[in-house]
Design a protein around this ligand. Sequence first.
Ligand SMILES: [Zn+2]
Length: 173
Amino acid sequence: MQWVNRDRDEEADDSSCTFCALPKRGDDRGTNVVARSEHVYVLLNNMPYNPGHLMVIPYDHGGKFHVLDEATVVDCIRTAQTAIAALNDALSPGGYNVGFNVGNAGGASIADHLHMHVIPRWESDTSFLPLTANTAVVEEAVAETYDRVSAALLDRELARPHPERDSVLLAGE
Ligand SMILES: [Zn+2]
């Protein structure tokens, strides 16, 4: 039980965290950062379960869902709504899986930095696969997806090209 109960959040620090590092690099296209908001950013998954598979990720490091502050929760959900509206236009999926895998046992690939998956689904796609298995069912290059999702995001109200980056600036930041 000691092993089961150990605090995994203590094992990693944010200096080696991919989700902390990517938005700081400044190469949003090269790192697949497709949009930025005030508290969260949007990252295209480079090993997508389906085309358009993206993640909404708080800038702040942390793996505990139950302590997320209200401003981040609201921005996360609102940004997911904006992303889904854009994906509807860009890719016309038939549905979505939206949600968090929390903790290692919950299947999170990077357990110490929360991230919300938005996965477009089609009636014809593989109907059941573990969503975290990186079993890529990839029919569209991620770079092409980046262009299509960017263009659709720019059609959203309040969205505009980021003044200093390749990504789309959503409200705030
Ligand atoms: Zn982090």
